[in-house]
Design a binder for this molecule. Structure first.
Ligand code: SF4
Ligand code: SF4
Length: 495
């Protein structure tokens, strides 16, 4: 056993309202300077949809993540030889068309335009050419277009869903969508770390945050192509790659990351998980069908005496162990089993988990009034509007049983709470829903409480910082904001 600590996150998708406040908070703190115009370390996309950068999930195009070769795994898009051959031209990079052409507006015209008949407007100006442009796409261009031809129908997660089922998904009365906010997953088996020829990408020992050393980075951009989630970006101005750093300067001073702090839907939870680093290779290379359950095994019980002993032996601080015991992520993931990783088949062992969206009810208006099509108040999971295969393609590498298991638990909580507050379910129906999913009314209340009414310190359990360079926390880093990020104390040199 080699116990390490990892900061991990849960995003509860039923609660995301797609307001993009998280993206704006992140953009304003970290990526509002030259070279970062197109970067969205946090972005929110609509599913079904093609996302940002376009079709990022399609590794036939981008060749990111890992693939199984015999009993082992290897990076999908590169090995030592091809890295050497392609070092001056990485062929699997997303292009500007896949992101979008960044722009600003001609705001000056609003003030300087001569008096006229019409109100002046601010035309979009390309940040690439400096000339006027027609905006054709953007980071959230597919917002709310869950049924569209161009976005929803080109979603890669439609694979293995029969054409009839796909067609049914796009009928107006069956149409459904949900939001998918995404940040770097700070993976246990990070492809970006493995791919970097300069050794500039690294995983911080004390909390598992994945960072890029700006002085070591030589702009080979292998991290950009290797990350299957496309969460590493290249800054053309500094000549360095950059990525989400989980607001580590905020975490070190006990504050939640900005995207989480500002989240309007309060969908975000952050806490410590303890994991057994000795098992990474075995788990990352297991059969695809076992990936989710095996990944859950790597996170170990923070109350277990053996685990605590081993964690202390590897230098995990007492306060981190206490934080792991109180972690909301531990509860969602292991105690209740209602959170799943995004695309586990990329084999990076991501540390951002999602509570999948509980699907809308099936209804009909054929009689002139809205009628539920199911015998009970809410339909069963089997009757849902979205094919289970779609959610399975997103969260469980295609394993529909795993998704059903989670959705049934969420439905049981909903039925139990409806019984408590309104009381219009039959008692047997409530008991059946709970017993079938192994929940008790107490557990269902706990899930309800942490989902609906959590206080700030219940959503974010952040261990105290133990960095030797504690003085960095009190240095004024705001003076180089807009120059090299907010929180950096050193400017990287372009080499
Ligand atoms: S999500 Fe991508 S950038 Fe983040 S740690 Fe994983 S592989 Fe690296
Ligand atoms: S701020 Fe929260 S609710 Fe709003 S889009 Fe982001 S994750 Fe969703």
């Amino acid at each position: 056993m080699n116990i390490r600590s990892q900061i991990a996150m849960v995003f509860h998708l039923d609660k995301c309202i797609g307001c993009h406040t998280c993206s704006i908070a992140c953009k304003n703190i970290w990526t509002d300077r030259k070279g970062t115009e197109y970067m969205w370390w946090n972005n929110v996309e609509t599913k079904p949809g093609t996302g940002y950068p376009s079709k990022w999930e399609d590794q036939d195009i981008y060749k990111g993540g890992w693939e199984k070769k015999g009993k082992n795994i290897k990076l999908k898009g590169m090995d030592k030889k091809s890295t050497y051959i392609n070092i001056f031209h990485n062929p699997n990079m997303p292009s500007m068309d896949d992101y979008y052409e960044p722009w600003t507006y001609d705001y000056g015209h609003l003030l300087d335009a001569p008096a006229g008949e019409d109100q002046p407007t601010a035309r979009p100006i390309s940040l690439v050419t400096g000339g006027p442009m027609d905006i054709k796409t953007g980071p959230n261009w597919d917002d709310d277009l869950g049924g569209s031809q161009d976005y929803a129908r080109k979603d890669i997660n439609m694979k293995n869903i029969s054409p009839a089922e796909q067609e049914a998904m796009f009928q107006l009365e069956r149409m459904t969508m949900h939001y998918l906010p995404r940040i770097c997953n700070h993976c246990l088996n990070a492809a970006c770390v493995a791919a970097c020829p300069s050794g500039a990408v690294y995983k911080r020992g004390e909390d598992g945050i994945v960072l890029i050393n700006q002085n070591k980075c030589r702009s080979w951009r292998m991290c950009v192509s290797a990350c299957p989630y496309k969460k590493s970006y290249y800054n053309w101005n500094s000549g360095k790659s950059e990525k989400c750093l989980l607001c580590y300067p905020r975490l070190e001073s006990g504050q939640a990351p900005a995207c989480m702090h500002t989240c309007v839907g309060r969908i975000r939870y952050l806490g410590v998980l303890l994991y057994d680093a000795d098992r990474i290779k075995e788990i990352a290379s297991c059969d695809e069908k076992d990936l989710v359950s095996k990944q859950m095994e790597i996170y170990v019980d923070p109350f277990d005496e053996e685990v605590i002993k081993s964690a202390k032996a590897t230098g995990v601080a007492d306060s981190t162990i206490t934080a792991a015991q109180q972690s909301p992520v531990w509860k969602f993931l292991k105690v209740w089993g209602i959170a799943l990783p995004l695309h586990p088949e990329f084999r990076t062992l991501p540390n951002l988990f999602y509570v999948p969206p509980l699907l809308p009810t099936m209804g009909t208006t054929s009689s002139g009034t809205y009628e539920s099509t199911s015998s009970s108040l809410w339909g069963t999971i089997e009757e849902s509007r979205v094919p289970m295969q779609y959610l399975a393609n997103l969260f469980t590498a295609g394993n529909t049983e795993k998704v059903k298991e989670v959705l049934k638990k969420l439905m049981a909580v909903r039925i139990h709470r409806r019984d408590v507050t309104v009381g219009d379910f039959k008692k047997e129906e409530v008991e059946k829903a709970l017993s079938e999913t192994g929940l008790t009314s107490e557990i269902a209340d706990d899930i309800f409480r942490l989902t609906s009414l959590p206080k700030f310190n219940e959503r974010f359990v952040i261990p105290a910082a133990h960095r030797e360079e504690a003085e960095e926390l009190i240095e004024n880093t705001a003076d180089i904001k807009g120059n090299k990020g907010f929180g950096s104390v050193q400017k990287p040199k372009r080499i």
